[in-house]
Design a protein around this ligand. Structure first.
Ligand code: Z5A
Length: 211
């Protein structure tokens, strides 16, 4: 039996890390075995790519280079972690996946969607999430939250209009695929965001549609 792939998406400061921590506690409490991983990263090679691609010292990285690096990390994660876990029947929660490339490199950088789709086929062999939790938050609110954290990585130094395009792309993808996407208003308090995410995951477990 194949497991299930759940992905977390959202713009800067939307609260993915916070939600992930809450979900880990929830899974422990209900004794649910869920493997958690992240993108870019999740493998030795992927984490090395992450360090490279987010390092502000690499200011001159071209949009296409950034895209290829994201997909290189993803190709490794799919083969080394995701496919084996899913084939063993495990549930996996991944902090970002292919939707992030459509949002950041497609929407944000303006790379043609057809090119991204081509790389998706090669890197993921068409692996699609069963459920995507999209944390949606106005850009200004997300940036205000993120500014309270450590130093900005290379992508976080982009301007507001970049993040507006990222948000618009995420929202358009969610609208186009409402069965897979569950959009959560992440301007709500943390416990409400967690509650909405747990409800969507429970619906998936019970074979029901999420709200
Ligand atoms: N990227 C890409 O371009 N293309 C790709 O294909 C992929 C990724 C896969 C790294 O991702 C970068 O890679 C990212 C996209 C790009 N660049 N940017 N920007 P990441 O997921 O590792 O990094 P991130 O997007 O910056 O996420 P983050 O650092 O993990 O932030 P977050 O998880 O969304 O937020 P948080 O740390 O949970 O919360 C931020 C603050 O808000 C913190 O103080 C919280 O306590 C607070 N918070 C959280 N939730 C709430 C609520 N509900 N109310 C009030 N305050 C809250």
């Amino acid at each position: 039996m194949r497991g299930r792939l759940i992905t977390l998406e959202g713009g800067e400061g939307a609260g993915k890390s916070t939600l992930l921590a809450g979900l880990r506690e929830h899974f422990q409490r209900v004794d649910m075995d869920v493997l958690t991983t992240r993108e870019p990263g999740g493998t030795l090679a992927g984490e090395a790519i992450r360090a490279l691609v987010l390092d502000p010292a690499h200011r001159g990285i071209a949009a296409e280079t950034e895209l290829l690096l994201m997909f290189a990390a993803r190709a490794q994660l799919v083969r080394e972690v995701l496919r084996p876990a899913l084939e063993a029947g495990r549930w996996v929660l991944c902090d970002r996946f292919t939707d992030a490339s459509y949002a950041y490199q497609g929407g944000g950088r303006g790379i043609d969607v057809a090119r991204i789709a081509e790389l998706e086929r090669i890197a993921t062999t068409d692996l699609k999430p069963d459920l995507t939790l999209l944390l949606d938050l106005p850009v200004a609110a997300g940036r205000a939250r993120a500014s309270q954290r450590s130093d900005a990585d290379r992508i976080e130094t982009e301007r507001d209009d970049f993040f507006e395009r990222v948000r618009a792309t995420y929202r358009a993808r969610a609208l186009a695929d409402p069965e897979r996407f569950c959009t959560i208003d992440s301007s709500q308090p943390r416990d409400r965001v967690l509650h909405a995410a747990v409800a969507a995951i429970e619906a998936l477990r019970n074979g029901q549609a999420h709200e």
